[in-house]
Structures are given as C-alpha cells and as structure tokens.
Design a protein around this ligand. Structure first.
Ligand code: 4AD
Ligand code: MG
Length: 459
C-alpha cells in the first residue's frame, strides 16, 4: 500500500524509499525534468514529484495528464521550492489510470453551478475535497460528542408508517404496480402493498427515538431524512442528514443548553481539527468566516421568547417585506436581522404559538404557546428545531384528535405516556446547514456529495 501524502508531508526526516499514489493535479515540464503535483485526498496539499530525465520511466511523463492516476516510488527529499518542505524524487513512475486531455477539471477555477453538473468528479477539486473531509470528520465529532456525554446512538428506521412532523411532506415507499393499482371502493388497497399498509421514508427519527429515550435516558439518531417539500431554496434538500438527541427528565432549558453546547463544540472542533481545509473556505469562499466562527464558539447564545422576538422586530424600525406579526412564521429576513444586524450572533427563540408547531410539543400554561425552540444562526437562519415533548397522556391525546389525526396510528406513542411517562425534550440539527455554517458555503447543494432537490436526481 502507498503511504498517504499527508503523512509524507509531515515526515520528520528524509526517507530513502517511499511509495505514493494519487491523482495528478498539474504537470510542469522543463528540458531535463518534470514536476508532477499529486493529490491523494488525504489532505488539501499536493505532493510534488520530481521526475528527472535519468529516471527509467521518464519516457512516459508526456502521457501523464491532469486527472490521471499515478503511482510513484522514490526518495523523500527536502524541496528546494517554495511552499513545501518535502518532495519525492521518482525512481519509478507508473500510470495507473490515464486521463485524456479532455479531463473537465483543468487548472482554472470552475463555478459551483458547473461543478454540480459533474458531481462524480467534483470531489477531485480542492474545494470539494476539503468539504467532504470536513463533513466526514464533523460526523465523527458528532458521535464523539454524544459518546463522551453518555448518549446512545439509536438506529431509527428509514421506512416508516408514521408522519412525525404531520406536515405530509413524505415520499411514499411502495411495491405496488403503478400501472395497475389495486383499489377497494375507489381507494388504493394498501393491504396488498409490501407492508400491508401505507409506508413512507422518514421525515424525522424523533418519534422512534423517543421510545428509546424513555428507556436508555440519553439517546440520539443521526441519519438520512427525507422531505418532499417543493422548496427550491439554497437551504432545503429532499434528502438531508439530521442529528436528533433526546433527553429524559429534561425540560426546554436543558434542551436549549444541549443544542448550544453541541453547536459551539462542533464549531471549535472544525477550527482546531480541520484548520488546513477550513483555511481554503476562509480564503476563497467567505472572508468573514474565521471571525464568525470564533464569535459563535466563544459567546453564549441569545435567548428570546417568540413573543419578545416579534415585539423586538416590530420596534426595530426596520422595513420588512413581511411585517412581523404574532402567530406568523419568522421569515428569513427577520432571522437575518436578529442574527446578523441586531445581536450579531446565534439566537435561540422559544415558546412559539402552538398553531405553528407540531402536535408533540408540550403545551405551555398560557394556553397559546408550546415549549418549542429554534436556534437561528447568522447566514443560515434555522439550524436547530426542537422542543420539550408533551408527556401528559390526556393533553397529547386531545391534541392529536384536535388536529384530525387518527389516534389509532399513534397507539404506541401514546403508550409511552401511559407507562412511566417523564418530562423529556430533544431537537433536530440539520447536518448540511451546520456544514454551511462552518464553511461559509451559501448553497446546501454544495455541502453533500450527491444533492437531491426537486427535479434533480442525476446519479
Ligand atoms: O425543525 P425540524 O422540522 O424538526 C424536526 O424534524 C424535529 N422532529 C426534530 C426533533 O425535535 N427531533 O427539522 C430540524 C432541522 C431544521 O432546523 C433544519 O436544520 C433541518 O432539520 N432541516 C432541513 N435541512 C435541509 N433540508 C431540509 N428540507 C430540511 N428540513 C429541515
Ligand atoms: Mg423547524
């Protein structure tokens, strides 16, 4: 096996015999030798390969184009060139996988729009390589965060019979023959479908993870989530990853504290552990990124009730396209005003009008709000949505009925309130929105390897 470019670049000393393999970024020729920049994905930096005329494979250098895969054996020597400490002087050069000269990623910088059309090749650019390394490390850091705090990772189902958010934005899962759909009394006969009932892709693992929370105490899910909402925005996708912790014997305050701790911890993690990749985003994507991340990591978040938030917006003197009004959703212009202009840092808005929120949220004593909270962050808006759950059987049953849902569909959920119910709370953090926050990338399609959005399913 070849050694990684990352480990070679961090070598303590010269080495007599090393092997490295990767993809060619550029090649520069002069009369007596060629320089090949090779990248193997282990880090942002390339390793420079010197192929001299005396090398026995010098003859193939002319066929080594940008994009080709090569394998090199040689010695690691101090590099006389600027910007790198080590380079490899090749003894052997092998073309593992050639690339013709029409390889689409030549040296010039490409637009994100163009790169989206070649999602199969964009990981080979500096920017997307850096993005997917950060993504992988951040996912690991999420698990580490919870593990260190005694949480158990629960694998909640992707195929589900429940609509957690009650918003009806679900993708159906079926094996029925769409050209010949079985019907009874004019309606689709789902008893003939694979599960014998309607099935969908999950919009949230929350309801399932709650059942484990009420047994294991501190739990979370982290997996793909699906929503068929037809919003073609820079912050929504049909398939995204969500982190959903759930804590027993806990209220909304505990929930807000956990959300804040998680976000600040992960921002710190990226600053410290992904510095080389992060620097690319600070230089080429968002100049304000380092200051914004430091601000998030080092300050407490603002906490404001929904009612106070609406009052603040109304008194702000700002002309909004949608005038803020109690009972209406906060618009992104409102969120931006709060996080970017007024407080200039993340804001946790809590106690929302009950009509705006999902059935499972705990009703407050005022009779018109629920113990919900959203964490809003600069440049993105809503990063986290969560709540204390309605743990009182009668309240929950009444709310489900009020909203016209079928109680029979929720028998198991209600059961958890019948047997040993306890106050508990949780939230969902959109992993892609977190990646947007930590990299400054403005379009959610560019923080996931294969984005799924309305009318777009290329691979
Ligand atoms: O606010 P949401 O809808 O909350 C829930 O699903 C709860 N069941 C979570 C819980 O309490 N366990 O979604 C949570 C977060 C949002 O704040 C947002 O960051 C992200 O998920 N999100 C999306 N991200 C990308 N594309 C979409 N279509 C998203 N919808 C929600
Ligand atoms: Mg939400």
């Amino acid at each position: 096996m070849p050694e990684s470019v990352h480990s070679l670049l961090h070598s303590e000393s010269v080495r007599d015999a090393v092997t490295v393999a990767g993809w060619v970024r550029t090649r520069r020729d002069s009369k007596e030798f060629s320089f090949i920049e090779v990248n193997d994905g282990s880090c942002l930096a390339n390793l420079q390969i010197l192929v001299e005329a005396a090398c026995q494979d010098y003859g193939i250098v002319g066929t080594v184009h940008t994009g080709a895969a090569i394998r090199v054996e040689g010695e690691l020597v101090a590099s006389p060139g600027k910007g790198q400490r080590w380079e490899v002087r090749a003894r052997r050069l092998q073309l593992v996988g050639p690339a013709p000269e029409d390889f689409p990623l030549q040296k010039k910088r490409h637009t994100d729009e163009f790169l989206r059309t070649i999602a199969h090749l964009r990981p080979r650019t500096n920017k997307y390589g850096a993005m997917f390394r950060i993504r992988a490390r951040l996912a690991h850091a999420v698990h580490e965060f919870f593990h260190q705090r005694g949480f158990y990772w629960i694998h909640t189902p992707i195929i589900t019979g429940a609509d957690c958010e009650g918003a009806g934005e679900m993708f159906r899962v079926t094996t029925l023959d769409l050209d010949n759909i079985p019907k009874v009394n004019g309606a689709v006969d789902f008893s003939q479908d694979f599960f014998g009932k309607e099935a969908n892709l999950t919009v949230s693992g929350q309801l399932s993870v709650e059942t484990c929370c009420l047994a294991l105490g501190k739990v979370y899910t982290f997996g793909p989530t699906f929503r068929s909402e037809n919003s073609n925005t820079s912050r929504h996708m049909a398939e995204f990853w969500m982190i959903e912790p759930e804590i027993a014997f806990a209220d909304l305050r505990d929930d807000m504290a956990l959300g804040e701790e998680l976000v600040r911890h992960l921002v710190r993690f990226v600053q410290q552990e992904c510095a080389e990749d992060l620097d690319l985003f600070a230089r080429f994507v968002d100049k304000d990124l380092p200051a914004r991340l430091e601000n998030i990591a080092s300050h407490e978040f603002i906490r404001l009730s929904y009612t106070e938030t609406v009052e603040l917006l109304q008194k702000s003197g700002r002309k909004f396209e949608f005038p803020p009004a109690w009972g209406h959703d906060l618009q992104s212009e409102h969120e931006r005003f709060l996080t970017e202009d007024h407080f200039k840092q993340p804001v946790i808005v809590y106690d929302y009008p009950r009509e705006m929120k999902a059935f499972y949220m705990r009703q407050n004593d005022d009779g018109r709000t629920v113990a919900a909270m959203d964490i809003l962050v600069p440049a993105i808006g809503e990063l986290i949505g969560g709540s204390q759950r309605e743990e009182r059987y009668d309240h929950l049953e009444r709310r489900i009925a009020e909203l016209g849902f079928d109680l029979a569909d929720y028998w198991w959920y209600l059961d958890t309130r019948k047997y040993g119910t306890v106050p508990h709370a949780g939230f969902g953090l959109g992993f892609e929105r977190l990646l947007m926050l930590v990299t400054g990338v403005g379009n959610i399609r560019d923080v996931i390897p294969f984005p799924r959005t309305p009318k777009h399913l290329e691979f």
